[in-house]
Ligand binder design. Structure first.
Ligand code: BG6
Ligand code: MG
Length: 212
């Protein structure tokens, strides 16, 4: 039985990967670190500071202080926010918008479950804030996926037992988080390849086939 559905944001509802890539690339170039799309793929679902650590695996300069790392992450975020500011409601597909609406009409409680501290800003830009009953994001967690904290918080906000929650994710770390949180899971996009989720979606509206 499923009563609540928790959606990841980046890669499930909107496609901000390209903006993360551009912003990290600019930051990496500024300190002379090699960065490519393959490394960018490893950042899916990972928090901002953990993402920076992954990028710095290739760093060969003088050791960076924690303060400098925070500065680099802030620089990346400023570039990223600039790119996000170009987003509009047209950046959400009709498939996504109508699926969320239909699930609500069928009586499911909906929450966001995103590692991003920019989640609310993105939802505002694309006019999806009202589609959710709760928002759990990078601002209310201390451990990022694959830790289940962000999803357990979402379940708590909705007043749902984790056993009755379904998580929709495009990152393997997110599917791992759902499983360790004792929740049902549905993979979309990249996460389909890890073969760990209970359900695999080609498109978001495939949810409507089993969330009746
Ligand atoms: C996740 C993205 O949604 O948010 C990650 O998949 C990103 O790539 C993480 O690092 C944190 O995002 P932000 O917006 O808080 O820097
Ligand atoms: Mg994602």
């Amino acid at each position: 039985m499923i009563e609540s559905i928790i959606f990841d944001l980046d890669g499930v509802l909107v496609f901000t990967d390209k903006f993360h890539y551009q912003a990290w690339k600019q930051m990496a170039d500024s300190i002379g670190v090699y960065f490519d799309e393959e490394i960018n793929n490893r950042l899916r679902g990972v928090s901002r500071m953990d993402s920076l650590e992954i990028i710095l695996e290739r760093y060969e300069g003088e050791p960076l202080s924690d303060e400098r790392k925070l500065e680099l992450a802030a620089e990346k975020n400023e570039i990223y926010r600039g790119l996000l500011s170009t987003m509009t409601p047209d950046d959400v597909s009709t498939n996504v918008r109508e699926t969320l609406k239909a699930l609500h009409e069928r009586g499911y409680k909906l929450s966001l479950g995103s590692s991003s501290k920019n989640a609310r800003y993105i939802l505002e830009r694309v006019d999806l804030l009202d589609a959710f009953d709760a928002i759990s994001d990078g601002n209310n967690i201390s451990r990022s996926k694959p830790d289940p904290e962000v999803f357990l918080k979402a379940a708590g906000f909705l007043g749902s037992d984790p056993r009755y929650c379904l998580v929709v994710e495009d990152a393997e770390a997110g599917i791992d988080a759902a499983i360790s949180g004792g929740m049902h899971s549905a993979a979309i996009g990249d996460a389909v390849n890890c073969k760990k989720a209970e359900k695999e979606l080609q498109k978001l509206s495939d949810l409507l086939d089993f969330c009746l």
